[in-house]
Design a protein around this ligand. Sequence first.
Ligand code: 5GP
Length: 189
Amino acid sequence: MKKGKLIVISAPSGTGKTTIIRQILKSFPEIIFSVSATTRIRREDEVEGKHYYFISEEEFKKKIENNEFVEWGKFYDYYYGTYKSIVEDLINQGKSIILEIDVNGALNLKKIYPDAVLIYIVPPSIEELARRLKNRNTEGKSDLQKRVERATMELSFKDEFDYLVENIDLEKALKKTKFLIKNIIKKEI
Ligand code: 5GP
């Protein structure tokens, strides 16, 4: 059977990535979202097993030891990781997967799965990103500062991605991402 495609979408938080992914999943019901594990606290609108598997740091560390993650990273004191079993099972069943992971995770994944397609959603500017994050108001002030610093670091890796999508206008960014994904799953690009 033909293996499924791995599509990675990375972007600093506050770039509209979550909105874009939500729309993509609606438009392409055949694509499955890879649910990561995290030690971060669940936000109010998040659902266990749908957005993340929320686990303790102790459990997370055990899973690292047991080699259960295909890649993992630590940011702002929290761990995030992609389950190897989820990725392997789905691609072996011929299903395409979207992974919403950070830049380092994306580049690490590409080393293991060279055919993975990496898409980076670029914010208009760091200033605009900081403004959006502040409006979103899901993080405390010090977390917000850390997220802005992290975004600056992440942006320096954007050229290592296969495709860049600028999110100045959400509708346009969405259209471009959909176009890319449509072609990726048809394997024209
Ligand atoms: P958030 O806390 O906003 O949900 O996510 C913070 C960062 O962690 C985002 O950049 C998100 O893409 C990244 N992330 C989520 N899941 C994973 C994962 O499994 N692996 C890695 N490396 N990063 C992840």
